[in-house]
Design a protein. Structure first.
Length: 493
């Protein structure tokens, strides 16, 4: 096995056993990035020299036996997390020249534990998208290819498509993402890797470029469920700089992966059987139910009646918050500036040149639903429906320990497919949005392939701040599925 094909857990053991050094591990990934990133476009910025310096520091800490839990582990960082001294673009032209003078809380935690940052991963502009084609720095290509069709370039999902493609393509051992309506779980499914969205408030949002503040939540991608557990333990924790950060102990998620599911009650929400869902997705869901039943879990039918309103509610709340958050990009304080004849002209020229079409669309929608005369009819009503969605989950979790659903309504599609219809694109998030609206944790686990040889994922949803049960159920699914397929485009070491 080559260094780039290790799991994060195996790399951690190898580093501590001195089977290889952090510098060797980092160099192997930097060479893989050099070879494959021109094709995949998973990274916007590669932090070559900084990564090697961090690797050398990790080797020194390992030699002194003072290493943190992630010492020498090479990661990709979604280019939405501010990194001190390294530009942070949010996938947008308007932030192209922005170099933060501070580090986000999540990346500070990862650095504290010894992680190595390989670079900043590509994303949909300001995290708005489910295909990673809205980035101002070009689309990301999914490392997977359709069987018999190597010409079609598949999307990796979004918005965290670069983070998912980097892990699936062996350009990083793990990565950070953010999930607003499915932006970790959907690309995880499309790229055939696990991805976890923790409970809202579990990871600090401080230093993460905001899209929709009441929904955005950081989480990890990795090769295995256990690897995600290792990463989340370092990423999570209370942060007094973030008023939405919850002051709760961070459990040992890695240990939870070995807990098993015997005696757990797993809910099957009937509303996730949507019209037109492919037979392959239904069949995978049935296999997932059977796998959990075989290892001792009890399946329970549950209802989440307001699920059908989740997507519509999300596309009122999220654009409204984006409209407010993105008002700060005016060409005056930071980022890109276009000259204008007066202040208003400067604003208009800067925002017209700096924002892409999808960001402008969502700003317009959000400004409309917040405007006088429409606030009560749209935004206020959407918030009331959101409360009902949370009530559905609360009532279901009074009867069950976790929920099992599909992650996405399809496998990865090709660049150019579905792109002419924004509503069709928004439907990619139909299974992931409800958990985001409720703020509960969810994880996607690769569980099978479709007829074209592309990965499909199953989603586990848990109670608020019960990521341990989500990891336990996800690990049981991972063991049963024994998903060993690999993408065609990947680093070989």
């Amino acid at each position: 096995m080559t260094l780039t094909d290790l799991t994060l857990g195996a790399a951690r053991e190898g580093l501590r056993a001195r089977e290889f050094t952090a510098r060797e591990l980092t160099l192997a990934h930097l060479r893989a990035i050099e070879a494959l990133n021109p094709r995949l476009n998973a990274y916007i910025t590669v932090m070559h020299d900084r990564a090697l310096d961090q690797a050398d520091a990790a080797d020194a800490a390992l030699a002194r036996r003072e290493a943190g839990p992630l010492a020498g582990i090479p990661l990709a960082i979604k280019d939405l997390f501010c990194t001190e001294g390294t530009r942070t673009t949010a996938g947008s032209r308007i932030l192209g020249p922005f170099v933060p003078p501070y580090e986000s809380s999540v990346t500070t935690n990862l650095l504290r534990d010894g992680a190595v940052f390989l670079g900043k991963a590509n994303l949909d502009e300001f995290a708005m998208g489910s295909s990673n084609i809205t980035s101002a720095y070009g689309p990301v290509e999914n490392p997977w290819q359709r069987a018999g069709d190597t010409e079609a370039k598949l999307v990796p999902g979004g918005s965290s498509g670069g983070s998912a493609a980097a892990v699936a393509g062996r350009l990083a051992l793990g990565s950070t993402g953010t999930d607003t309506g499915g932006s970790i779980r959907q690309p995880a499914s499309f790229c055939g890797i696990p991805g976890m969205k923790p409970t809202y408030g579990r990871c600090s949002r401080w230093g993460i470029v905001a899209f929709a503040s009441s929904l955005d939540q950081a989480g990890p991608f990795a090769r295995t469920v256990e690897d995600c557990a290792i990463l989340l333990r370092s990423m999570a924790g209370h942060d007094p700089k973030d008023s939405t950060s919850v002051d709760r102990p961070v459990p040992d998620y890695e240990a939870a992966c070995r807990r098993g599911v015997k005696g757990l009650r797993i809910g099957i929400p009937r509303e996730y059987h949507v019209d037109g869902m492919p037979a392959e997705i239904e069949a995978l869901w049935e296999r997932g139910k059977a796998w959990l039943r075989e290892v001792g879990a009890e399946l329970v039918d549950v209802s989440l009646p307001h699920t059908k309103y989740g997507l519509a509610t999300y596309y009122i709340v999220a654009p409204a918050e984006c409209s407010s958050n993105l008002a700060r990009y005016d060409g005056v304080r930071f980022g890109m500036r276009e000259n204008g004849e007066d202040l208003r002209d400067l604003y208009e020229r800067t925002r017209a040149a700096g924002f892409g079409a999808e960001v402008k669309r969502r700003i317009l929608i959000g400004t409309y639903v917040l405007s006088a005369g429409y606030y009560d009819a749209y935004y206020l009503r959407a918030q009331k429906v959101r409360a009902l969605i949370l009530k559905d989950f609360t009532e279901a979790f009074a009867r069950v320990d976790a929920l099992l659903t599909p992650t996405t309504p399809s496998a990865a599609f090709a660049q150019g497919e579905n792109m002419d219809d924004p509503v069709k694109m928004y439907l990619n998030d139909v299974f992931t949005v409800p958990a985001s609206m409720a703020g509960v944790p969810g994880m996607s686990v690769p569980a099978g392939l479709d007829a074209q040889g592309l990965p499909l994922g199953l989603q586990v949803i848990g109670r608020p701040f019960d990521e341990e049960t989500v990891f336990a159920v996800s690990a049981a699914l991972e063991r049963a599925a024994d998903f060993s397929a690999r993408p065609a485009l990947r680093a070989e070491g």
